[in-house]
Ligand binder design. Structure first.
Ligand code: ZN
Length: 120
């Protein structure tokens, strides 16, 4: 039986941010269903992210993608700067949209205090 959902969310595995992300999705994706991907560094390993997006598109016919990076990301180490995160988020969006032009991709940077900032 086919089953569809609205979106996919990609975020880092870091436990410090999971409550923030859960509260954010409760508020902002209240009436939506979504697949959930947790990878160290979020979109840092873009090839792996693309495989998950492929599955989501194929099986669940998603329409939206939410990519969340965060402050002080261990997977980035010293490279974890707002500029680097914003660059990698934009690169991920471009890669996803070049394969799936109809997908709406939303980018966010999450601060240690739980504040979400829209990127791009
Ligand atoms: Zn992280």
């Amino acid at each position: 039986m086919p089953h569809f959902c609205d979106a996919i969310i990609v975020c880092c595995i870091d436990f410090r941010f999971q409550n923030y992300i859960r509260n954010w999705t409760d508020e902002n994706l209240k009436n939506k269903t979504f697949d959930s991907v947790g990878l160290a560094g979020s979109t840092k390993d873009l090839e792996t992210v693309m495989k998950q997006v492929d599955v989501s598109v194929k099986l669940h016919h998603i329409k939206e993608v939410y990519l969340i990076h965060h402050e002080e990301c261990g997977a980035y180490g010293k490279e974890s700067t707002p500029i680097k995160h914003s660059k990698d988020l934009k690169r991920a969006k471009e890669t996803i949209n070049s394969k799936y032009p109809d997908l709406s991709v939303y980018l966010f940077y999450l601060y240690l205090d739980g504040k979400f900032e829209k990127v791009g």
